[in-house]
Ligand binder design. Sequence first.
Ligand SMILES: Cc1cc2nc3c(=O)[nH]c(=O)nc-3n(C[C@H](O)[C@H](O)[C@H](O)COP(=O)(O)OP(=O)(O)OC[C@H]3O[C@@H](n4cnc5c(N)ncnc54)[C@H](O)[C@@H]3O)c2cc1C
Length: 466
Amino acid sequence: MTNLTALIAELDGLRIEENDKIVLQKSRDFYWYSPVLKRQLDHVTGDIVVSPRNEDELIRVLKACYRHDVPVTPRGTGTGNYGQAMPLSGGVVLSLADMNDIGEIAPGKVTCGPGVICADLDKATRAHSNQEMRMHPSTYHTATVGGFIAGGSGGVGSISWGGLRDFGNIIRLRVVTMEEDPRVLDLSGEDLHKVTHAYGTNGIITEIELPLAPAYDWVDLIAVFDSFDAAARYGNMLARQDGILTKLITVVAAPCPYDYFKRHQKYLRPGQHVVLVMVAPQSYDAFKAFSARTGAEIVFDASLEADLKGIPPVFELAWNHTTLRALRVDPAWTYLQSLYPFPNQIELAGRMDRMFPGEMISHLEFVRFDGDITCFGLPLVRFTTEERLNDIIDLHTENGCPIFNPHRYTLEEGGMKQTDEIQLAFKREADPKGLLNPGKMIAWDDPDYDFTSGKVWLFKGLQQAS
Ligand SMILES: Cc1cc2nc3c(=O)[nH]c(=O)nc-3n(C[C@H](O)[C@H](O)[C@H](O)COP(=O)(O)OP(=O)(O)OC[C@H]3O[C@@H](n4cnc5c(N)ncnc54)[C@H](O)[C@@H]3O)c2cc1C
């Protein structure tokens, strides 16, 4: 590729990786969670990985790629599971991992680079003034803050704070555009929606200002139940206790806990349904009293364990870690992402739980959603065929449970199945050549696409397997 040779020469002095094997490794994320994405994307690779250390170097890269028409796919640490960080048209994989400075920490907020790992950010803000991120993905120890904002949606902490895109959960983003002369923009308020959860298709985030919450030594607990409905009801009631401060309330149906939570297996019995909880220490006594009153049996209480060596935090059994634990034992599982809308969340979750015996294992994450308590689902689904997977998706939708399809690599199909006009308008302005993370925004590549057609969209530029 001549333009690539010229590009590499022009980027002299920057960190560039050309080794095929390493480039392939850095071109992947957790797309393989989905057998559908695995089939479609397994061959995808970039041509080189470039790792700028600061904004000046980053601007040099974007400018040169613009001039040579080379696609650029940003990357944090590649823990996204929709294939978001995969370079469908090859070109440059832009690793932001080295832009990991932590700037000012002030009461209620912090400024940092996009490449900071979530756990490292909390370590610094805890040490400085006993503050922490309001929410983090369960990939806390591996994911970058920039990747979370561009590719994630919420997680541990969403029970109190809602989702990442809710007003107030990000203060400011500094973004560099992909133009002949890249611009550096500071976005805040309504403008944040231009780039949050846009998969890096319309700008590169180079600085982040996030709100912080008081940090606590959260206590991990597991309550067990004989039925999924009882576990779901308890989770819902606990989430609605206004005086008990929690950071995580997760319901996982049997047989997943005993069969797949191997490190916690000694606390569990086969057939038990669990509720995983993180509770603030000042709410611990109240939590115990509430659980006793509701008849919940607590089988694991991290504050009473003498030795927690080898026992992961409960959030590493929750959110998308539940799927990971199941996949490690039995690769035939895949999953879905659903919403059980308020106020019928418990009835809907129970109905869906009963609909697919042996084929689906329910998993609920309680969250605050537009001021109400409801739950998302990340049910495990036993994969047989794509047709059957689509049937299961349709049955959810028909029953009033929207699916955010994790078996699609485009923003629209994995989200609300409609054009995000704000993100599209910003792409027109900030990436006129369409070089940023190509193939992820249908509205850009195929403006007339009919989202109601029921067809799977395939990016024409998806590199064919050689
Ligand atoms: C086991 C497991 C558990 C998970 N749990 C959660 C969870 O609880 N909540 C949740 O929301 N997600 C979850 N995820 C998905 C993922 O881990 C998170 O969204 C994570 O925050 C992504 O961070 P990353 O650094 O790995 O980003 P990457 O995967 O590298 O990138 C994510 C997206 O952001 C883009 N991007 C990265 N950096 C930038 C930048 N600086 N500017 C512009 N675009 C950029 C990439 O192109 C890509 O589209 C989970 C995934 C796994 C595998």
